[in-house]
Design a protein around this ligand. Structure first.
Ligand SMILES: Nc1ncnc2c1ncn2[C@@H]1O[C@H](COP(=O)(O)OP(=O)(O)OP(=O)(O)O)[C@@H](O)[C@H]1O
Ligand SMILES: [Mg+2]
Length: 495
């Protein structure tokens, strides 16, 4: 029962059924109308013939009937035989007098002789009154097994040139011939309809497999994917919607796989980054514990180192949390939309980093005092500018110089930070925005860097629809250009 239900709700069955319905209904309508037209045509021609026969007979016997010639009985039978031969049906001919009483019957039966038919057939009265009544077909009850027979009646008045209507001819003919021809045709049509229906179902079943096969394959792939096997790809064949579906699926699975890989990589590098200060702390603590004679100086020194490592741990975790936040789908919506004067922000940032620069004897200069105002999240933008100026100070040897310019262009405000530092090798410049990426591991670790600063900065600027450009020459210096579109305070929708 279940299997049946599943089978009938399958796409293949539905397509086959739809084909069957559309073609089948069209077929049925055509058949019915052809049958109807054919039946009408056959009946009409029969009626016309019998109408003619009855008029011919009426004319033939008019005189004889008037003169009560006994020969007319033979004339009638002969005429009847001729009709039977032409039509292939048995015809009964009655001659009624002008009162509607049967006087002659081509069947030699006595059942109707002398009977008055005026009552039984209203047409008889009409014909005798001179009304022309067309032939008609009727169903009559045969008397056994509830069987009905289809017969045709035709009427004609017998007219004498002086007396007027003196009687009438009443013919009745069986329509068995027509009925059996129509039955034959119907049976043939039914037979072929059945064959055609079966063929439609078979053909559409085969055709629909072209549609359902790729869908089945795709479903299997998706099922495997949902169980964790992300490396699923389907074969893309043909053209049209199924091709697009396959391509979309492959793209999606590739992205998912990449995301999965990136996540794994991220988790492993994050753990690695966290492990480094932790191992340092453990080594320091263990050496303190194993010390035989307590020495306050060494305690203080080791604890300072431990404190430094804890600060690093803290910095990494803070950065990680920031990354998680700005990585969220709707991060841009959570950003504040306020007017941010970039020149003031830069000035304040430089002031905050002054101590660091002084320690390395590095001059930080603000070259341009132009007022630049963009719409964005002030705190987040401060974080970007701070990281980039901080990098400039960190990756420039003592006695160097960091210069900052803030200026307007037609499309965006720019903060440009140049240093006279170590520079970045050309083959690594594409990676500096990657998470945890550091050009010179030893140097940046000694400066306390996590390698997350630029990836956070880049993401924040991207969420502001801006762009960070870098150019660098090794041992000469590096220039960062932060381009921020001016934006619109009222703008509510986000990218
Ligand atoms: N101005 C620069 N000059 C030379 N190298 C740079 C400069 N800015 C960044 N880099 C290189 O790019 C790497 C990534 O920078 P990023 O700011 O992301 O990390 P970080 O400064 O090491 O750590 P964090 O900023 O999180 O404290 C740095 O480790 C450094 O090697
Ligand atoms: Mg940095």
């Amino acid at each position: 029962m279940r299997i049946n239900k599943q089978f009938f709700s399958s796409l293949r069955w539905r397509i086959a059924f739809a084909y069957l319905m559309v073609i089948g209904i069209g077929f049925l309508i055509i058949n019915l109308s052809i049958m109807e037209i054919l039946e009408q045509h056959l009946l009409e021609s029969k009626k016309t013939s019998y109408q003619k026969y009855s008029i011919q007979l009426a004319q033939l016997i008019a005189n004889g009937y008037y003169e009560k010639d006994p020969d007319i009985y033979y004339q009638i039978r002969e005429f009847g035989n001729e009709i039977d031969q032409i039509e292939g049906e048995s015809t009964r001919i009655l001659i009624l007098n002008k009162n509607g009483i049967v006087e002659q019957d081509s069947y030699q039966s006595t059942s109707l002789l002398r009977r008055n038919l005026l009552e039984d057939y209203e047409e008889v009265a009409q014909v005798l009154q001179g009304v022309s009544v067309p032939a008609k077909d009727v169903y009559i009850y045969t008397g056994n097994h509830e069987e009905y027979k289809r017969v045709l009646y035709a009427y004609a008045p017998i007219t004498h040139y002086t007396e007027g209507i003196i009687g009438m001819v009443f013919m009745s003919a069986s329509l068995d011939g027509i009925v059996s021809v129509l039955d034959d045709i119907r049976a043939t049509i039914a037979f072929f309809s059945a064959i055609i229906s079966v063929s439609i179902i078979l053909i559409s079943f085969i055709l629909s497999s072209f549609i359902t096969h790729p869908i089945k394959e795709l479903t299997a792939s998706i099922t495997r994917m949902s169980k964790g096997h992300l490396n699923q790809r389907v074969k893309v064949m043909g053209s049209g919607e199924l091709r697009q579906l396959g391509e979309a699926f492959n793209e999606m699975s590739e992205r998912l796989e990449n995301l999965d890989n990136a996540r794994n990589e991220f988790v492993s590098s994050a753990s690695h980054e966290l492990k480094t200060p932790l191992s340092a702390i453990k080594v320091l603590a263990e050496s303190l514990l194993s010390m035989e004679t307590p020495d306050l100086e060494i305690y203080r020194e080791f604890l300072t180192d431990i404190n430094f490592e804890i600060d690093r741990l803290n910095a990494i975790i803070t950065d990680l949390l920031t990354l998680v936040q700005i990585d969220k789908e709707d991060a841009a919506n959570r950003f504040r939309k306020e007017l941010v004067p970039l020149n003031e922000l830069v000035k304040r940032t430089i002031k905050g980093l002054q101590l660091l620069a002084d320690q390395k004897n590095i001059r930080v200069e603000l070259l341009n005092e132009e007022e630049v105002v963009v719409v964005g999240d002030k705190l987040k933008l401060q974080q970007v500018i701070s990281n980039i100026i901080d990098n400039g100070i960190k990756y420039t040897p003592e006695g160097g110089r960091v210069t900052v310019e803030v200026y307007n262009t037609p499309d965006y405000g720019v903060v440009k930070v140049s240093d006279t530092g170590y520079g970045i090798p050309a083959n690594e410049i594409n990676h500096i925005f990657d998470r945890f990426y550091r050009v010179d591991k030893a140097r940046s670790r000694s400066t306390g860097g996590t390698g997350l600063g630029l990836s956070i900065a880049n993401r924040i600027v991207m969420l502001h629809n801006g762009y960070i450009r870098v150019s660098s020459k090794e041992n000469k210096g590096t220039t960062f250009r932060i381009e921020l579109p001016y934006g619109n305070l009222e703008e509510t929708e986000s990218k």
